[in-house]
Design a protein around this ligand. Structure first.
Ligand SMILES: *Cc1c(COP(=O)(O)O)cnc(C)c1O
Length: 471
């Protein structure tokens, strides 16, 4: 097969053989081929052969924070490639893993009088890091003589991954519980925390509800697991940092471990290095992933306190019961070290602040659109929330015409741009998002004769949490 003919039918060949995320097989969904990537930009080739240069407003699912083909990350990858790409982690170790663990421990949230996160488990993806965190919590309770504590308290609207235990702590309605009823039952769900703008009274009322729920189930609960400050794939919902202090209190009162899933929020995205830092709250266990390698390779980590690590290691099992084949992959660790090296310079804080301001002013005009219910930003995250479900196919195509790659889900068109995005890049993103919503959804509103005040809620839509599947 010549390269030219390969090009012609690459998308057809994909359709014949591959699955895509949350998509049916052999779907007739739009697909674009990525021909090249550099900085904040992707070069896409559509099915009809047209080429589009777009800004990646998604950061490849929130991971490529320093942009594509970053010289320092490229150099770290080739440097390690010239040494060795992989070795098993059972009985062996290597500099990239040790260095990475030390960096993560140095960066992790800390507070006076509270034990820090000192022990690191390297996992291959975010979901696996969550699995390991949940296992660790159960093993901790068993080691502490409380073997009945095998359930978790989680929040409505949460998202923690796609493997079984992780799915089990995702929102039970918007998550995938209905597809696996026999496998995911058993956890306890507190209401979604109030919006970031909530009054102290509202926060207090929410916290009392959680405290009651925890008290009612304390004999069965091993841990509380939450995405601190920003629920991502479950709806891009930002909530007050005070909620985290309340969860810390509840956990301490009932002997539960507190797990912060910082897979989406870690490494500066919300304006602090970790979202936990907005509250000065230190969890017992923390998961990181997504941006850890700057989006180059799949890698995640679970951090825990020395106390938890010691208890589990001294328990009957005598070990944390997990050990993936590609644990501590040297290539991924080397790139993660380069990515964290950039984070350590601290420029992310200026960039995230600058991008956040530009997103807020750039997206504000979208509020004028009749199809738009809310516009919000937190850190370098910008969200346009519609009244109705987004026409993902039409909005994606419209945004591409404006030079922007977005992957909307449910009723949300959002961006998490790379930290290297310039003011002009952010302007293009916010204009492209707003124009795409206006072109697709305002036109529909006009056809439908305008919107009555309010508008239907998006209730009961069984759209997978991280969907963006254009079905
Ligand atoms: C993406 C995400 C996960 C899952 O990570 P994967 O690498 O996709 O397995 C878990 N928790 C949160 C908060 C996430 O955003």
């Amino acid at each position: 097969m010549t390269p030219a003919s390969q090009q012609t039918d690459l998308i057809q060949r994909d359709r014949a053989r591959l699955w895509h995320p949350y998509a049916p097989a052999a779907a007739d969904l739009p697909l674009w081929e990525v021909e090249a990537a550099g900085g904040v930009r992707l070069r896409l080739r559509g099915e009809d052969g047209t080429r589009h240069e777009v800004i990646d407003a998604m950061c490849s699912w929130w991971s490529v924070i320093h942009g594509y083909r970053h010289p320092a990350l490229d150099a770290a990858a080739s440097g390690q490639l010239a040494k060795f790409s992989h070795v098993m982690f059972g009985g062996l170790t290597h500099a990239p893993a040790v260095e990475l663990a030390e960096r993560l421990v140095d960066m992790a949230p800390a507070a006076p009088g509270r034990p820090g996160l000192e022990r690191v488990f390297l996992a291959d993806s975010g979901s696996v890091a969550v699995e390991v965190a949940l296992k660790l919590a159960v093993q901790f309770q068993t080691a502490a003589g409380r073997p009945r504590r095998q359930r978790f308290l989680s929040l409505r609207g949460g998202y923690h991954g796609d493997t079984f235990a992780a799915m089990g702590v995702c929102d039970p309605v918007d998550g995938m519980h209905s597809a696996f009823p026999g496998l995911l039952a058993g956890n306890v769900f507190a209401p979604r925390p109030p919006a970031a703008s909530a009054t102290p009274e509202t926060v207090q009322a929410w916290a009392s509800g959680v405290a009651e729920l925890a008290a009612a189930h304390s004999g069965e609960l091993a841990a509380i697991i939450v995405e601190p400050v920003l629920q991502g794939a479950g709806g891009m919902h930002a909530y007050p940092a005070e909620c985290l202090a309340a969860l810390r209190q509840v956990a301490d009162r009932h002997g539960l471990l507190l797990i912060f899933d910082e897979i989406a929020t870690g490494f500066g995205r919300t304006g602090e290095l970790f979202a936990a830092d907005h509250a000065g709250v230190v969890p017992d266990i923390m998961c990181v992933g997504k941006a850890l390698t700057g989006g180059y390779l799949t890698l995640a980590a679970m951090l825990c306190t020395a106390e938890v690590a010691a208890a589990v290691s001294g328990g009957q099992a005598g070990a944390l019961l997990h050990g993936p084949t590609f644990m501590g992959n040297p290539l991924a660790c080397a790139v993660a070290n380069a990515s964290l090296g950039i984070i350590e310079t601290g420029t992310w804080r200026i960039d995230v602040g600058r991008i956040g301001n530009s997103l807020a002013s750039g997206l504000a005009p979208a509020m004028e659109l009749g199809a738009v219910r809310d516009v919000r930003t937190i850190g370098a995250v910008g969200v346009i929330e519609l009244h109705d479900a987004v026409d993902v196919t039409a909005v994606t195509a419209a945004a591409i015409r404006h030079g922007v790659w977005v992957r909307p889900f449910r009723n949300l068109v959002y961006t998490m741009p790379p930290y290297i995005s310039t003011a002009a890049d952010i302007a293009q993103i916010t204009e492209g998002m707003t124009a795409a919503v206006a072109e697709v959804h305002e036109a529909r509103l006009r056809e439908a004769g305008g919107r009555e005040a309010g508008g239907p809620e998006l209730r009961g839509q069984r759209v997978p949490v991280r969907a963006g599947s254009a079905s």
